[in-house]
Design a protein. Structure first.
Length: 362
């Protein structure tokens, strides 16, 4: 052994003591009274369910409003006001207003005619009554009485005709305000203030944005498996929703070999005109075991999930997936209906690890 100074020997001894303490630290941590073990991870669990599911094919669809109209004016006139695009309207709310001054002048003219005819009719009615009394006493000729009665009847008909014209003017004044035939939103203005409108001229496009459906051109081969009221999945990517077939129009297109299917969707689900894929059943439905899609962990080596046993320990099980319906996925493996499976927090679990179930949603 080579000789070294005393100071160097003290440094080496101190280093050996530190190394011994570091090596002994893990063993010390596991001794009774050491630092506590970390708590089990908190997870959310759901149950595997027995569900009736059918194989399906995904077909493109389009979100359409059930009420979409280009509202037209019914009378002629200069446009004085039009609702802005994007305005929400209730049924009966004004969309546009036309200038009614000419109609108002015509109404005043007819009112004057009505008053004049009423006065003439009142006089002629009294005259006919007077002559009737004279004719009863043979104090006037029958022809004179008939002439007075004829004048009275003509005036009554003239008055009725002018009153009808007045009612038509009042009706036109009402129609000078173009009103919404249903509740919706203005998609586009088709006239501007100051322009002259005519009967039948389009004023604005009104769309019922809260009453929408998805329209799909389905292959005719699917006709035997579809029925009205059937629940189908629709959406794009992670945005999956459920809808029900509201209408089946069994009239196929000769060239495309498709027929139209309409699916009712939740209010506010998608924008009118948007593209959506719809999962239509292509075979008979069968009873299968299904789990929420969030329970599946997808890896390059395969798909697995964690089942929580009676001891609240996670068991890693490899599964195969099958039919999908909305948020539910058919699985084939060692999972049965009623088993608890982890749907939140599975990515950080290990096989056999104890878990803490969230009682609010498990």
């Amino acid at each position: 052994m080579r000789w070294m100074p005393a100071s160097s020997r003290r440094v080496v001894a101190a280093a050996l003591l530190v190394s011994s303490a570091v090596l002994a630290a893990p063993a010390f941590a596991q001794q009774p009274g050491g630092p506590p073990a970390p708590p089990p991870p908190k997870v959310v669990a759901g149950k595997a369910e027995q569900r009736l599911m059918a194989p399906h094919i995904s077909v493109p669809g389009t979100v359409r409003s059930r009420q979409d109209a280009e509202v037209a004016a019914e009378v002629a006139g200069r446009v004085t006001w039009v609702a802005e695009a994007g305005t929400r309207l209730n049924e009966g709310d004004p969309i546009a207003r036309l200038d009614t001054r000419e109609l108002a002048l015509r109404a005043e003219e007819l009112d004057a005619q009505i008053r004049s005819l009423q006065s003439q009719l009142a006089f002629q009615t009294r005259e006919a009554q007077r002559l009737e009394k004279l004719a009863a006493g043979n104090n006037t000729t029958l022809s004179r009485l008939e002439e007075a009665q004829s004048r009275r009847d003509v005036l009554a008909q003239d008055l009725s005709r002018v009153r009808t014209q007045r009612e038509r003017v009042a009706f036109d004044m009402e129609r000078a305000v173009v009103r919404a035939p249903f509740a919706g939103q203005i998609a586009r203005r088709m006239v501007e203030v100051g322009e002259e409108s005519s009967p039948g001229a389009k004023v604005a496009r009104l769309v019922a944005v809260d009453d929408v459906e998805v329209r799909v051109q389905a292959p005719v081969a699917l006709a035997p498996t579809l029925r009205e009221g059937m629940e189908v999945a629709l959406g794009e990517g992670a945005d999956q929703r459920m809808g029900r077939i509201s209408r089946i129009i069994p009239i196929g297109e000769a060239q495309s070999r498709t027929f139209e299917v309409r699916v009712a969707v939740p209010e506010g689900a998608w924008v009118v005109g948007g593209a959506v894929r719809v999962a239509l059943p292509s075979g008979q439905a069968q009873q299968v075991v299904a789990v929420h899609r969030d329970a599946l962990v997808l890896r390059a080596g395969g798909t697995y999930l964690f089942r929580v046993n009676a001891e609240n320990k996670a068991e890693r099980l490899t599964v195969r997936t099958g039919t999908e319906l909305g948020e539910w996925v058919e699985i084939v493996g060692e999972v049965g209906a009623g088993d608890r499976v982890v749907v939140r927090g599975a990515e950080r679990l290990r096989d056999g690890q104890a878990v803490d179930l969230d009682p609010r949603v498990s």
